[in-house]
Structures are given as C-alpha cells and as structure tokens.
Write a protein that binds this ligand. Sequence first.
Ligand code: ATP
Length: 343
Amino acid sequence: MAPTSYQICVLPGDGIGPEVIDCARQVLEALKDTEDGPGFQFDEHLVGADAFEASGEAITDAVIDECKAADAVLVGAMDVARLPANARQPLRTLRQSLEVGASIRPARTFAGVEARCDHIDTLVVREVTEGIYSGIEYAAGPDAACSVRLITRGASTRTAKIAFAEAQKRRRKVTAVHKLGALKLTDSLFLEACRDVGKDYPDVEFETRNIDACALEMVRHPEEFDVILATNTFGDILSDIAAGLACGLGLAPSGCVGERWAYFEPVHGTAPDIAGKGIANPLAAILSAALMVRHLGELKSADRIEQAVEAVLAAGAPRTGDLGGDAGSAEVRDAVLAELASS
Ligand code: ATP
C-alpha cells in the first residue's frame, strides 16, 4: 500500500514564527523515514505583519483558499500589534474562514522539566465563538452594563463532537464543565448537547463538574482529567490553569478545529526580543505539529514525535535558554530528529 501523503499549508508568520515552524517542518519531513510514517507536501505563504509591510495585505483570499484546499494548516506566531487597525487580522480571518469553532489545548508534564504538579496530561476543548465572549454587550443605564452569554445547541454540539473524537484518541474520558445552579438555561442546553453527542461514543466515559469544583480538583488531582469540554470563558481559564500546572507556555501547543478544517500553532507569540538569533525553543512548534498529526489520525507518528521530545527533555540537554540551557533552536531540533531516527 502506498504511504499516505498530506498537503500542509504553512503560514510561518512573524518574529520567531519562521524559525520554530521550520524546525517543526523538518520533523514532519523526517516521519516518512519511519515505519508506516506519512509523507507531507508543504505549501508556504507569507502572512502577518511582515506580509502586510511587503504587500499591503496581512492575509489574502488566495492564501485562505490554499488553506481550505490543504489537509491541515500549521501556523507560526503573528505580530498583530504591528498591524494597523484597518488591516485584516490574519488569525481572526483564518478562524472565520476555516469555520473553526473549538480550540484544543493540551497540557502535560515532561520528565526532567520542572512543573507545579507530578503529573498532568489533559486536553482542554473549548468553544471559541460564543459564551460571555459573544461580543453582545450593551449599556443598561448609566451605571450598569450587560454582556450576553450566548449558548447555542449547534456550537455546543460541534465542540462536543471534537472533544469526544479527541478523547477516543487519548484515555477515553470527557469532563464537561458547567455552573448549572447559576446558569440554568444556558448550561442545561450545553450539557444536553454534550450528552447527546456522548451517546455516539459509548466507549468514552462522560462526567460533568461544576467549574469551581473542577478548578479545585484540577489543582489537587490533575491526573484524573483527560479531555475537559467547556464553554468559552470556563475553557479559557481552565486551559491556563492546566498550562500553569504543567510545564508552562514554552512547551504548549494548540489547535483550532472545525468540522472540515483545522490549524495548529504554538501558544507562544512572536518573541521579538529573541527573533533572528536562532535561540527560540522550537519544541512548542514541534508539539503543535504532533497535535496536527494526531488530528489527521496518524496516531503512531504523533506518539513518535512526542516520545522524541520527551527523550530530549529527559536527557537534560540540549535545551534553549527558556528551559535553563544555552543551546540554539537547531541543536534542539537535531536532537529531536536523532531521537526520531532511532525510534
Ligand atoms: P507577542 O506580542 O507576539 O505575543 P510577546 O513577546 O509579547 O510577543 P511571547 O512571544 O509569548 O509574547 O513571549 C513572551 C516571553 O517569552 C518573551 O520574553 C519571549 O522571549 C519568551 N518566549 C516566547 N516564546 C519563546 C520560545 N519559543 N523560546 C524561547 N523564549 C520564548
């Protein structure tokens, strides 16, 4: 059987984006030399503040069409602060055009890297278009203002489907987070949608927890959680708690996923203070590539990349400055490639 090949649209972005994304791309390329490893074809486009300065457009319709035609999109960081207010915001445009309604943020500990807990390995799946961040706000007189917490069955169902599908690729447990006592109508609807989706996944354990109890339990017993399914604001806060308990943002990958399209990016930004010096930590970008590979269904290859990263971190060196070492990005990338080659 011919090996699978995927078309990946690469948007390296600004600052350290191109440096770390190039490392991730080389790791993906190396998968074809592993047993049953897929091949990748890359199609790279300039998007972001550098693109705006070069051409007057931060992202074009042609690039969006390329993203839609690809199997997945890999994104570096975008320096949105350098864009004028009237410029098209690349990530917002991408989210809307690719109809990605859920963000996925894994958080985990790595042997050899200091963390706030002994063990955590969670994935927060968060709805990103509604909830209190729906943007529907109005003044209710001179001394009061309202924000509308919009919850729809459609968006809740879409997010729940992603959470259950991801749980099937992990430890098969979904925890849906709510505040039913206070938010009776909205969170009943959200939980009902989650339960309905769960009926199609009898092999996935489903539980519900109040947001406050969930936050407490995550800090006390983080090892109990696998996939956490949440509305916008609750998910926003819980994903940062999980990252804080794990090894911090420096090793944090993320994805934005919809029913047809998805893009993946490291959580960190453009880091202008270290851009161009070859010292950025490429591991969050490499782990974002692993998340993408897992999303594409190549579970063995995703495990391979993550195990290679684990081995490099457990060895203690090479490490970049943010993890207490003095190595450059290329040394860390090469160490991951060497682990991959011997796997
Ligand atoms: P942006 O405005 O694009 O978010 P920022 O510098 O405000 O950029 P980050 O890019 O997240 O925010 O960086 C915050 C700090 O973490 C900076 O000091 C940066 O150098 C450091 N940092 C971020 N990413 C990395 C990385 N991959 N490797 C090493 N240091 C990093």
